[in-house]
Design a protein around this ligand. Structure first.
Ligand code: GDG
Length: 478
């Protein structure tokens, strides 16, 4: 079995210290980490990434983390200037907004691209130092799209694969990117490119056809093959899943059941509507609040009988746009509560902090309706986690048609256009009125699908596609 080298912008650890006290290492417990760690242990693996802080990296705590994790951990160091121009700059002020169709939010500062390339080269250098010819290298996400190009320039011929967690935009949007050709050519230095949905895959192929006339796209059963510069690149869609069982088990625990009960008891006679998001303009939080306000305005039936619990996790607050965005949310919450609250009812309960895991699961369990309405999202794991925690098989999922998850859940979720405030308000009413039998039928179907297509099967399907030989299937030029 080939050794696995996993590369992502961030390592699955964070380092913290109070004053000049000892460093404390906390491990990330996300689904990707849980799915990939056993594979890394089994395949003598290495995880390469940034520790999340600029400047020198304290080696000792990381060596301990590596020993405890059971696989090798190699940090990549970034200076403050590199963090600002590579991470906040090109990654999060160019690629992130553009790939979420929000081109007006982009800051196409030319210096960002130079630093993006330089940092990707640093990652490539680190990979090259630690990899061997037969290693399987799996690079993740939009921060590292130039890594394969930099590795090939160093003569690395190992198998290079890539998965994009965020959407890939349609050509008319992508064409705005000043580095469109260079970025596509760099991506085509990977051997396998994975996207979240068929929509992203279609968009990517369309961009390749329009931007690179020398590239030819062929279809293989389920996979596509791009021939360019005497190379063959496989491209496919691999919708990411969650660790369904761990959410289901967690939700069934005594602690979570108790917290969920307390939450419900705090709002007697009301159906609870839940919003859970990172602070990000792509998540559609102001549009959601406007829809909720519109519902209260037009449907008296909802007043005093629904409560929106909106939790927002602080994120990227160093970028000014994120500040302005938070102010907008604060103002909207104030407006709704100012206009509609009574002595006994506050329509919006808003928190700006990270919930601990049990609390998050208790919210999923306690809320009858989940309002997941991003303007665009690669997948959106909250939608899937909510369903996994509905162990009583009830609950309604209102889901943006622009979330990757909609491709899988469209038959059973209530799909909405997040920009259509009136439609979302009508859908909140529909969810509020939905019968128990309808809720249960829809929720059972979603749980079944999310349980089957979980994060472990996602990893396996990606590895299977990587090991499939291009000649396994007939090829039809398009
Ligand atoms: C990127 C893509 C794609 C949220 N609030 C709390 C909390 N969370 C956790 C959720 C969930 C995660 O954060 C958010 O995941 P999403 O998928 O919704 O969004 P991104 O962070 O933007 O992730 C996305 C994903 O990559 C995977 O490929 O789906 O489209 O943008 O897991 O549970 N966790 C805790 N407290 C909170 O208050 N503990």
């Amino acid at each position: 079995m080939n050794r696995l080298i996993l590369v992502s912008n961030r390592l699955p650890f964070a380092l913290e210290r109070v004053g000049s006290g000892p460093w404390i290492v906390t491990s990330s417990v996300g689904g990707l980490v849980r799915a990939i760690e056993p594979v890394l242990r089994e395949r003598a693996g290495t995880w390469i990434g940034w520790i999340g802080m600029a400047g020198d990296i304290p080696q000792a705590p990381l060596a301990d983390a590596s020993r405890n994790a059971g696989y090798q951990v190699i940090p990549v160091a970034l200076s403050e200037a590199e963090r600002d121009e590579f991470y906040y700059g090109y990654s999060n002020e160019v690629i992130w907004p553009l790939f979420h169709d929000l081109q007006n939010f982009c800051n196409f500062e030319p210096a960002f691209w130079q630093t993006y390339k330089a940092v990707n080269q640093r990652y490539a250098e680190t990979i090259a130092q630690h990899c061997e010819r037969d290693d399987f290298i799996w690079v993740h996400d939009y921060h590292l799209m130039y890594v394969a190009q930099a590795l090939r320039e160093r003569g690395v011929s190992a198998a290079l694969t890539f998965f994009l967690h965020i959407p890939f935009p349609a050509y008319d949007i992508f064409a705005k990117l000043p580095q469109q050709q260079r970025l596509l050519r760099a991506l085509l230095q990977f051997d396998l490119l994975g996207f979240q949905t068929r929509r992203d895959l279609r968009n990517f192929l369309q961009c390749v056809r329009r931007v690179l006339p020398d590239a030819a796209v062929h279809t293989i059963a389920g996979l596509h093959l791009i021939r360019v510069e005497k190379r063959e690149v496989r491209v496919g869609s691999f919708p990411i899943g969650i660790d369904f069982e761990s959410f289901e088990k967690g939700a069934a625990s005594q602690e979570v059941a108790q917290r969920a009960e307390q939450l419900r008891a705090a709002f007697p006679g009301c159906q609870l509507v839940l919003g859970v998001d990172r602070l990000d303009y792509s998540k559609g939080i102001p549009e959601r609040l406007r829809a909720f306000r519109d519902g209260l305005e037009r449907y008296e039936e909802l007043r005093g009988r629904v409560v929106l619990i909106q939790n927002v996790v602080p994120s990227r607050v160093e970028i000014p746009r994120y500040h302005e965005f938070k102010d907008r949310i604060d103002r909207l919450v104030g407006d709704i509560n100012g206009r509609f609250s009574t002595d006994t009812w506050l329509p919006v309960h808003y928190r700006f902090r990270r919930l601990d895991r049990d609390d998050l699961l208790a919210h999923y369990r306690a809320c009858e309706i989940a309002l997941v309405t991003p303007l665009k999202d690669g997948m959106n794991l909250v939608a899937k986690e909510y369903c996994a925690c509905r162990i009583d098989k009830s609950g309604v999922l209102i889901l943006s048609e622009f979330a990757g998850a909609a491709e899988q859940l469209k038959r059973s979720a209530l799909l909405v256009n997040p920009y259509d405030v009136e439609q979302v308000a009508d859908t909140i009413l529909k969810a509020f009125r939905m019968s128990k039998a309808q809720r249960s039928m829809r929720m059972k179907r979603m749980r079944q699908l999310i349980s089957n297509e979980n994060v472990f099967s996602w990893v396996n399907s990606f590895f299977a596609a990587a090991s499939r030989s291009p000649s396994d299937s007939a090829q039809n030029p398009r």
